[in-house]
Design a protein around this ligand. Structure first.
Ligand SMILES: Cc1cc2nc3c(=O)[nH]c(=O)nc-3n(C[C@H](O)[C@H](O)[C@H](O)COP(=O)(O)OP(=O)(O)OC[C@H]3O[C@@H](n4cnc5c(N)ncnc54)[C@H](O)[C@@H]3O)c2cc1C
Length: 456
C-alpha cells in the first residue's frame, strides 16, 4: 500500500514554551512543520508568566533597595512608583519577545497559523479564525496547549481576577487580597507588597507552599509577614460583594476584608476544552490532563502532548526539555527526560530556591537522613538595618553521604541553587561539599561550610 501523504510532518497546537521549542527543533532537522496559536506567541511564560512576573519582581525589589540604601550613606528622595510606565515598559519588552519567537519559528521554516485549533481524528486538525476554518493533515500532531487559571464557584466570583489580569490592572490596587498558598499566589503577594499595595493573603491550609520543605515554608511565612504582608492561614472566602468604593470580602469566620482587587491564584487546569480530544479518542486523566507515556505519546498513535497540558511538572524548562526529548524520539533517537533533581525558584521576597528532596520526602525514601541547616543575617543587612534573614538547608542520605536535598530562602536564591543543582545531579556527597572552598564573603559559601548536623 502506498504511504499516506500529509500536509505536515508535524503540526503543533500551541506556540508556548514547549510548542515553539518542538516546532523549531523539528523544522531544523528538516521536517515540514506547522504550528497554530490562538493568542500571542510565546505562551504563558512570555506573556503572563515567568517573564513579566520576574520584571515586576525586579520593580518591587527597588522598594527594599531604596530602604536599605540609607544605612550605606545614601539619601534617596521619596520614591514613587509610576505604574503606567512600568506597565508600558513591560508591554514593550513582551511585544519584542513575541517578535523574537516569530523570528525563531519562521527563520527555522515553521509555518504559523493564527487561530484556535481543534483535533479532528488522528491526523487532521482544523484551525478557526475570523477568516474561516482551515483544515490540514499531519503525520504527527503535538498538543502543547498549556494550562489556564481555575477559580472555584462562590458568590461574587465574577468580581475576582486571576494571574492573567494582574500585569495590566487599572488602576494600581492600593489594597490587594490574594487567595491561595501556592507559588503564584505567594509571588504576587510579595510583588504587589513591594510595589506599594497593602496586601492580605489568605490560604485555607495550615501553611503556605504545600510540597516545599517544612522549614522553608515556616521560614518564608515569617519573612513575608516581616515585609508587611498580612498572611492569614486556615481561612477562605465565603463571598465577594462590589461596594461603591471597594470589594467587600466575607471570610468563612464571618470577618470582612475591604479591598480594591481580589486575586484568585488557587490552581491551574490543563487547557483542553474545545480541543476535541474526547471525540478524537485522546485519554484524559485527573482534571483533564492528557495522559502520555515517557515519549509523550497519547492514547492515539501519532498524537503527542507535553508541557502543562499533561499536568506533570509545570515549569518552562521542563516543557523545553520534554520538547527536545520528543523531537529526538520523532527522529529515531530514543531517550527519556529525568524528572529527578529539578531545581525551582519562588520569587517571593526574599526568594526561595530548592532542588531535590524535602526533609519529609527524604525521611520516607531513605533509611536515615542527616540534616544541616543555617539561618543568619546577610552581611548587607548589618548596615542596611533590614531584619531580613537567610535560611539554608542540606538533606543528606546518611548511608551514601549523598546530598539529596538543598533549600535556600534568601536574596538571589535561584542564582545560587542552579549551580548546586548540577553538583547534585552529578551525585555530590556531603564530603565533596565539605572539600569545596567557599567564595568569601557570600551567602552561598554557607552551603559548603555547614559542619554540625542539626539533626539525624
Ligand atoms: C503567573 C505564572 C508564573 C510562572 N512563573 C514561572 C517561573 O518563574 N518559572 C517557570 O519555569 N515556570 C513558570 N510558570 C509556568 C510556565 O509558564 C509554564 O510551565 C509554561 O509556560 C508551560 O509551557 P507550555 O508549552 O506547556 O504551555 P504554554 O506556555 O501555556 O503555551 C500554550 C499555548 O497554547 C495556546 N493554545 C491553547 N489552546 C490552543 C488551541 N486550541 N489552539 C491554538 N493555540 C492554543 C495558548 O494560547 C498558549 O500560547 C509560570 C506560570 C504562571 C501562570
Amino acid at each position: 500500500m502506498p504511504e499516506a501523504t500529509y500536509d505536515w510532518d508535524l503540526f503543533v497546537i500551541g506556540a508556548g514554551s514547549g510548542g515553539v521549542r518542538a516546532a523549531r527543533m523539528a523544522a531544523q532537522r528538516g521536517a515540514k512543520v506547522g504550528v497554530a496559536e490562538a493568542a500571542a506567541l510565546g505562551g504563558t511564560c512570555v506573556n503572563v508568566g515567568c517573564i513579566p512576573k520576574k520584571l515586576y519582581s525586579y520593580a518591587a525589589h527597588f522598594a527594599h533597595d531604596f530602604h536599605d540604601a540609607a544605612g550605606f550613606g545614601w539619601d534617596v528622595a521619596t520614591a514613587r512608583l509610576d505604574w503606567a510606565r512600568l506597565k508600558a515598559n513591560r508591554a514593550k519588552e513582551i511585544t519584542r519577545l513575541n517578535g523574537v519567537y516569530e523570528q525563531l519559528l519562521t527563520g527555522a521554516g515553521v509555518h504559523i497559523s493564527r487561530g484556535w485549533a481543534q483535533l479532528c481524528g488522528g491526523h487532521e486538525v482544523h484551525v478557526r479564525n475570523a477568516a474561516g476554518t482551515k483544515r490540514c493533515s499531519a503525520r504527527n500532531i503535538l498538543i502543547a496547549t498549556g494550562g489556564t487559571p481555575s477559580v472555584p464557584a462562590f458568590p461574587g466570583r465574577e468580581h475576582v481576577v486571576t494571574s492573567d489580569q494582574m500585569f495590566d490592572l487599572e488602576p494600581f490596587p492600593k489594597r490587594l487580597l490574594v487567595v491561595g498558598g501556592g507559588y503564584i499566589a505567594c509571588e504576587f503577594a510579595s510583588i504587589f507588597n513591594g510595589l506599594g499595595a497593602k496586601v492580605t493573603q489568605l490560604y485555607r491550609g495550615e501553611q503556605i507552599l504545600r510540597g516545599f520543605d517544612r522549614d522553608v515554608r515556616d521560614f518564608i511565612a515569617a519573612e513575608v509577614r516581616k515585609t508587611g504582608i498580612d498572611l492569614r492561614l486556615g481561612t477562605d472566602v465565603r463571598s465577594v460583594h462590589r461596594k461603591a468604593r471597594c470589594l467587600e470580602v466575607t471570610l468563612l469566620d464571618g470577618s470582612i476584608v475591604e479591598t480594591d482587587t481580589v486575586l484568585y491564584a488557587t490552581g491551574r487546569v490543563p487547557n483542553v476544552s474545545g480541543l476535541g480530544l474526547q471525540d478524537a479518542g485522546v485519554e484524559l486523566g485527573r482534571n483533564g490532563a492528557i495522559v502520555v507515556d515517557e515519549h509523550y505519546r497519547t492514547s492515539l498513535p501519532h498524537v503527542y502532548a507535553l508541557g502543562d497540558v499533561t499536568a506533570r511538572v509545570q515549569l518552562t524548562p521542563v516543557a523545553l526539555g520534554e520538547a527536545m526529548v520528543l523531537v529526538d524520539h520523532l527522529f529515531g533517537k530514543e531517550r527519556t527526560l529525568s524528572y529527578e533533581y529539578i531545581p525551582t525558584a519562588v520569587f517571593t521576597h526574599p526568594n526561595i530556591a530548592t532542588v531535590g528532596y524535602t526533609e519529609e520526602d527524604a525521611r520516607r525514601n531513605f533509611a536515615g537522613v542527616t540534616i544541616y541547616r543555617s539561618e543568619f543575617r546577610a552581611l548587607k543587612h548589618t548596615l542596611s538595618g533590614s531584619s531580613e534573614r537567610t535560611f539554608m538547608k542540606l538533606v543528606v542520605d546518611t548511608a551514601s553521604d549523598r546530598v539529596v536535598g538543598l533549600h535556600m530562602v534568601g536574596p538571589d536564591a535561584g542564582e545560587v541553587v542552579q549551580g548546586f543543582a548540577v553538583a547534585m545531579k552529578a551525585g555530590a556527597t556531603k564530603a565533596v561539599f565539605d572539600s569545596t572552598i567557599g567564595i568569601h564573603p557570600t551567602a552561598a559559601e554557607e552551603f559548603v561550610t555547614m559542619r554540625e548536623p542539626a539533626r539525624n
